[in-house]
Write a protein that binds this ligand. Structure first.
Ligand SMILES: Nc1ncnc2c1ncn2[C@@H]1O[C@H](COP(=O)(O)OP(=O)(O)O)[C@@H](O)[C@H]1O
Ligand SMILES: [Mg+2]
Length: 260
């Protein structure tokens, strides 16, 4: 199953928003999507409108028996094909190494998930701790999110280095699929320069889909709604961008599966 980790070293750059935007693109197409919320802040869980989950990914990782994750899957009110492994505050305790195979707990727990998901998205916390290592060890691809600011290049570099560490240890087939620039204001010359810098360093890995800064993102998130259902010009604009990003990412996976 195509599994993407959405990563960055910084908080607030838009990991959760990109996760929810891609989940929304899957929802709009009637695809089956599973969102795994690996951030103790549980923003993706809230954006997907999952309240009081019976079990969370914290329970899953604490247990870590092969295939246990399937028992904690919740359904999002977005629609019957949108499933969630919810987060909770206590997930913080799983961000440290526990034993030798600590970073493989998530991968093991996912073993028995139904193969019918079109896409699995893992929303990561803003650090390279054990939770992110678990995410990358369980993924086919990493999607790196960045803002077009001064530290963007360094942040992207760190994320790619982190992915390389996982490749050389637990998950040799995982690779970066895209660097996504979020919260862009194309009128700002400084930002255009930073995006150029990123392109010089990472070429086509930098997605053509640049996500603009729009209040509609926050509004849809606060309402627990998919951006594709947010009825405003900005909502429509963002939905189009996430559709294009979804299209950009899914063939990458197909090519990769063929290479296996
Ligand atoms: N393109 C955007 N335009 C406007 N606000 C955004 C955009 N992307 C994210 N935000 C807002 O910025 C804040 C941080 O984004 P979030 O996705 O939670 O970042 P992260 O998951 O990396 O911490 C949230 O309030 C979110 O609604
Ligand atoms: Mg987040």
């Amino acid at each position: 199953m195509p599994t993407f980790s959405i990563v960055s070293m910084k908080g607030g750059v838009g990991k959760t928003s990109v996760t929810l935007g891609l989940a929304s693109a899957a929802w709009a197409r009637g695809h089956r999507v599973l969102v795994i919320d690996l951030d103790p802040q549980a923003n993706a869980t809230m954006g997907l409108n999952v309240e009081k989950p019976l079990f969370t990914i914290n329970d899953v990782l604490a247990d870590a028996r092969p295939g246990i994750a399937v028992e904690a899957v919740e359904h999002s009110p977005w629609g019957k094909k949108v499933h969630v492994l919810a987060a909770e505050r206590a997930l913080e305790h799983r961000n440290t190494v526990e034993g030798r195979h600590s970073s493989l707990r998530l991968r093991a727990s996912l073993a028995s998930l139904p193969r019918s998901y079109d896409l699995v998205l893992i929303d990561c916390p803003p650090s390279l701790g054990e939770l992110t290592r678990n995410a990358l060890s369980a993924s086919d691809c990493a999607v790196i999110v960045t803002e077009p600011g001064f530290f963007a290049l360094r942040g992207a570099e760190q994320a790619i280095e982190a992915a390389d560490v996982i490749r050389s240890s637990t998950n040799p087939l995982m690779r970066p699929a895209a660097i996504v620039v979020n919260k862009a204001r194309p009128s700002v010359a400084e930002q255009r320069m930073r995006i150029e810098e990123l392109r010089e360093s990472y070429g086509s890995l930098v997605s053509d889909q640049i996500i603009p800064e729009r209040n509609a993102i926050q509004q849809a998130e606060a309402a627990g709604m998919p951006i594709h259902a947010w009825d405003s010009p900005a909502g429509t604009e963002l939905a189009g961008i996430f559709d294009a990003l979804y299209d950009e990412l899914t063939p990458a996976i197909r090519t990769m599966e063929k290479q296996r």
